[in-house]
Design a protein around this ligand. Structure first.
Ligand SMILES: Cc1cc2nc3c(=O)[nH]c(=O)nc-3n(C[C@H](O)[C@H](O)[C@H](O)COP(=O)(O)OP(=O)(O)OC[C@H]3O[C@@H](n4cnc5c(N)ncnc54)[C@H](O)[C@@H]3O)c2cc1C
Ligand SMILES: O=C([O-])CC(=O)C(=O)O
Length: 323
């Protein structure tokens, strides 16, 4: 979408994907705007990505589109057992009203000693994905269901390939630095829960959305299994109930599993592939791990810029680039 917005009329865009909503990792995500740190990406870059994403979604949230796009504000608490873990994160001045929790607020969490209160944004992921798809179509993007097994399949038809395949990049481009971190969550009906609660260890969280509350979670490195595990479901439910006892009465429990496309740094770069005398321009944008929603607009901005550079490089050899 960002490519179409940044380069109007200078290219035609086709989106190829093996799966669409509701069958992607992005459909499983809680969609909370709370960044996760990529150890090999400079912090100022991550902060820029998060800021751009927050600003973009905040504007949608403040528009008539908010409910259709599934974007809303949510306030709550991140809590810690160990005070040394409760340091001020790099994103504290991007979210709204970040402050240490008061002693009175901490009374809600007798097992925890410190906490941070703030307001952030949440994407209701399937709604947001459908809204994006509608905007793609409005921008003239062609959409086809297709699995790509080799980027060279696309060579004769397209000038530039943008690779946003998430965990699929492990197979598609053989990236061994990319690994799955399996996450299981529950989506429950508990409309009385209005505040988010996140244990600072990142394992247990309660995120109220528009239609359901997301209860998490798990982080299982190199586990490729997409089937829900019933013991894990019980464990997640118990952990969440110990933070928010009213969840005992939650109904309509649905279980979802996703594979976070994890990497020490998001792969956001241009590559020129060569085979015989032929060249294929590729822009990679994958490896967003546990924080894809939190930085999606910022990384898209950078990817669209790289595509602009590829278009400039092609100018002269072709009048209208195809992606
Ligand atoms: C349980 C869980 C909770 C999460 N919660 C949050 C959260 O609260 N906040 C947050 O910021 N992030 C969260 N995330 C992380 C977030 O879900 C991911 O970072 C994000 O979804 C990655 O998006 P993506 O578009 O790269 O991958 P995907 O959503 O997997 O999309 C990749 C697309 O590429 C297609 N594809 C792959 N290979 C091929 C191929 N060879 N040919 C054609 N198409 C292909 C797929 O079909 C798919 O449509 C969570 C993740 C999980 C699992
Ligand atoms: O950690 C969180 O708060 C939610 C999340 O991004 C994940 O489970 O990957």
């Amino acid at each position: 979408l960002r490519i179409a917005e940044v380069n109007p009329n200078c290219c035609s865009i086709t989106l190829l994907s093996e799966q669409f909503s509701p069958n992607t990792t992005s459909d499983v995500a809680a969609g909370m705007l709370i960044p996760h740190t990529y150890p090999d990406t400079p912090i100022h870059v991550q902060k820029q990505w998060f800021k751009e994403t927050f600003t973009y979604l905040f504007a949608i949230c403040n528009s008539a589109e908010a409910s259709e796009a599934g974007i809303h504000l949510v306030s709550g608490w991140q809590i810690f057992k160990n005070p040394s873990e409760a340091e001020v994160p790099f994103w504290s001045d991007v979210v709204l009203g970040f402050r240490p929790m008061s002693a009175a607020e901490m009374q809600k969490f007798p097992q925890h000693s410190h906490g941070q209160a703030f307001t952030t944004l949440k994407c209701d992921c399937p709604r947001y994905l459908l809204w994006l798809e509608k905007r793609l179509k409005a921008n003239g993007v062609q959409i086809h269901t297709r699995k790509v097994t080799d980027l060279w399949e696309l060579h004769n038809k397209y000038d530039i390939v943008v690779n946003c395949t998430g965990i699929g990049a492990r197979q598609l481009v053989g990236d061994e630095q990319l690994f799955p971190v399996r996450g299981q969550v529950l989506k429950v009906h508990a409309p009385w829960v209005k505040n988010f609660i996140r244990d600072g260890d990142g394992l247990t969280y309660i995120y109220p959305g528009i239609d359901s509350v997301t209860l998490g979670g798990t982080r299982e490195k190199e586990n490729w299994c997409l089937s829900p595990d019933p013991d894990t479901t019980k464990d997640i439910f118990d952990r969440c109930c110990s933070l928010e006892p009213s969840l005992q009465r939650a109904q309509d429990i649905r279980v979802k599993v996703g594979l976070r496309p994890s990497r020490s740094a998001v792969r956001l770069q241009k590559e020129v592939l060569s085979q015989g005398g032929a060249k294929l321009l590729v822009v990679h944008n994958y490896g967003h791990g546990a924080g894809g929603f939190s930085v999606h607009r910022g990384t898209a901005e950078e990817a669209a810029h790289l595509v602009g550079e590829c278009i400039a490089a092609l100018q002269g050899s072709s009048s209208r680039a195809k992606l």
